[in-house]
Design a protein around this ligand. Structure first.
Ligand code: 13P
Length: 253
């Protein structure tokens, strides 16, 4: 298929960072997007406390915003949780599910992640479903088996573009400044696409976007984004500064 059939997506995951005083960084991203929108899609996932104001700031511009997690149910007695419907109601268009920090900090299983991805679909949100192996799993040669198991367990049966995006985030590359080599990224992304093709068919596999995440910075973005089967990036730390995030988005264009 033509390489440009999958428009690149640069997504910023702010994690548990950002106060109202951080909004100008986002507003700068929104302001610069006009010149980028033909070549790249951009999403920003702020903490829930900033979702409504970011959604308002980006309305009509094309920068999408979303939540970093959601509950599987639409409403109920689940203190502290936020549903996919609430994210949509607050102006969000997307949600990250199954981030390794959720899997580790909150013991989320593949079945939990799948239920959350199904909730995203129910609420009309794009689900960015994260997978990725730990350092120990990579060193013992299990990386593909782990990712295969996570994909099988976390992707709903109706997963398809554009409402599902897969993010490959090797746990050992998150926040460490370490990244796999371009060859290793190409190998894993090719493997993920073959798994998607195997389960959902060639057409679905050709259309689904697979993001790379883990220590993406302005100085390595171009090489990573030019790697086969890499359809964008899920950016943590470097998404907090508009200059860095925009440099990564420009590297995708
Ligand atoms: P860093 O870009 O800070 O390594 O974080 C990656 C990540 O976890 C994005 O979801």
């Amino acid at each position: 298929m033509a390489k440009n059939a999958r428009k690149k997506l640069i997504a910023g995951n702010w994690k548990m960072n950002g106060l109202a005083a951080s909004a100008p960084e986002f507003v700068r991203v929104v302001g610069a997007y006009q010149g980028l929108k033909d070549s790249v899609d951009v999403m920003v996932f702020p903490p829930f406390t900033l979702l409504t104001s970011f959604g308002t700031a980006s309305r009509g511009v094309g920068v999408l915003v979303g939540g970093q997690d959601c509950h599987a149910k639409a409403s109920g007695a689940h203190t502290g949780d936020v549903s996919a419907e609430m994210i949509a109601d607050a102006g969000g268009q997307a949600v990250i599910v199954g981030h390794s920090e959720r899997r580790t900090d909150h013991g989320e299983t593949d079945a939990d992640v799948r239920a959350k991805a199904e909730a995203a679909r129910r609420a009309g949100l794009v689900a960015v479903i994260c997978v990725g192996e730990t350092k120990e799993q990579r060193e013992s040669g299990e990386a593909k088996a782990v990712v295969s198991r996570q994909l099988a367990g976390s992707l709903p049966d109706d997963a398809a573009a554009p409402h599902v995006v897969v993010a490959y985030e090797p746990v050992w590359a998150i926040g460490t400044g370490l990244t796999p080599t371009a060859e290793e990224i190409a190998e894993m992304h090719g493997f993920i696409r073959s798994e998607i093709v195997g389960r959902f068919g060639a057409d679905a596999g050709a259309k689904m976007r697979i993001l790379y995440g883990g220590s993406v910075k302005p100085d390595n973005a171009k090489e990573i984004l030019a790697t086969a089967d890499v359809d964008g990036a899920l950016v943590g730390g470097a998404s907090l500064k508009a200059d860095d995030f925009l440099a990564i988005a420009r590297a995708a264009g």
